[in-house]
Design a protein around this ligand. Structure first.
Ligand SMILES: NC(=O)c1ccc[n+]([C@@H]2O[C@H](COP(=O)([O-])OP(=O)(O)OC[C@H]3O[C@@H](n4cnc5c(N)ncnc54)[C@H](O)[C@@H]3O)[C@@H](O)[C@H]2O)c1
Length: 326
């Protein structure tokens, strides 16, 4: 991986994934400015060494100039359930905000973009593992807003020569140094199960145990956030003017909800009571990525695919966050 000392704007770099990627960019010798409105992120999440601007992507034109070599765009609202009850919030921020960001990039002559897309753009999969040519039929306004941005970026590459890569993450997990996951409200399985292990939550709800999977619970593809971060650096190196490359990012392995809970019990040594709950609408039985495109086009290979290792890193971070951790 090269460390040619470039300058990047990281939108949403006070959040979970953005902060880990910002840390990787700094370690590779790049200069990083984080633009984040702290709506769901944390000032102390911004890695040391990054310049911090508290502001919105809607106003990116105020700060973006030709000194930047590229933008890594994480800033978004990303709660699927919230997007169902308050869809306009997602269109305004995720789509409206990105429209302004793309215009600011065009005006400033910043012509490289890496965007956080999502497995939620596919909706109910038609086959497994999911490839980038599979149909996109999102089942939530969140997924639809991300897909709309992907379409906007394709247009920007075709019409204005943007060099763009969208990375469609599956389930991001784990932690990297002092950067880890703390969404509020938390909706991701591993941090929720860790909250049970920490005694912050009584039990973990298992939504449906009659899916057509080996143990009846939903299967998801968990990818370590540090593996994900490495893909962003490779995406910057491989972005090509006029092309919008879309790559799934996952391990290609699925783990069921029950396997995750059992792994948390083993890693933490704590009991984790479960509560059976009905299926949630829009939860596919299996979501597993084919990462063949990322492998072929970016030369990316995940190196932290072991679920116990991913959970162990998340556990270290969760205990750091908990003042009275056992
Ligand atoms: N975490 C996952 O498993 C996952 C999976 C697929 C895709 N993604 C995508 O990755 C990105 C990062 O996700 P995350 O889990 O780190 O979320 P996060 O909520 O921790 O980070 C998002 C950051 O964006 C900031 N932000 C939101 N709107 C903004 C705006 N208008 N202007 C400036 N800053 C703004 C928030 O304050 C926050 O710091 C999101 O775009 C999300 O859709 C995440």
């Amino acid at each position: 991986m090269s460390s040619t000392g470039k300058k990047y704007l990281v939108t949403g770099g006070a959040g979970y994934v953005g902060s880990v990627v910002a840390a990787h960019l700094l370690e590779a010798g790049h200069t990083v400015t984080v633009l984040d409105d702290l709506s769901t992120g944390f000032r102390e999440g911004v890695p040391e060494g990054a310049e911090f601007i508290e502001g919105r992507i809607q106003d990116a034109a105020e700060w973006l100039d030709a000194s930047y070599d590229g933008v890594l765009h994480f800033a978004a609202y990303s709660q699927v359930g919230e997007s169902v009850v308050d869809p306009e919030k997602y269109w305004v921020n995720n789509v409206g905000g990105t429209t302004a960001l793309l215009a600011a990039m065009r005006d400033a002559g910043v012509r490289t973009l890496v965007f956080s897309s999502t497995a939620a753009t596919y909706g109910e999969p038609v086959s497994s593992p999911i490839t980038e040519t599979d149909p996109t039929a999102p089942t939530s306004p969140y997924g639809a807003s991300k897909l709309a941005v992907d379409h906007m970026i394709t247009g920007e590459a075709t019409a204005h020569g943007l060099a763009a890569v969208s990375l469609r993450y599956f389930n991001v997990a784990g932690a990297y140094g002092s950067c880890g996951e703390r969404h509020s409200p938390e909706s991701h399985l591993i941090p929720l199960v860790l909250q049970v292990a920490l005694g912050q939550r009584e039990s973990i709800s298992v939504y449906g145990d009659d899916y057509p999977t080996p143990d009846g619970t939903c299967v998801r593809d968990y990818i370590h956030v540090a593996d994900l971060a490495e893909a962003h650096l490779l995406a910057l190196e491989n972005a090509t003017a006029g092309e919008h490359l879309i790559c799934n990012l996952g391990n290609g392995n699925g783990f069921s909800v029950r396997e995750v809970i059992e792994t948390v019990r083993q890693v933490t040594g704590h009991p984790v009571p479960e509560t059976a709950a009905p299926r949630r609408g829009g939860d596919p039985a299996v979501l597993v990525a084919s990462a063949a495109t990322a492998r072929e086009r970016l030369g990316w290979k995940p190196s932290r695919a072991d679920l116990a290792a991913i959970v162990a890193d998340a556990w270290t971070f969760a205990r750091r966050e908990e003042p009275t951790a056992p």
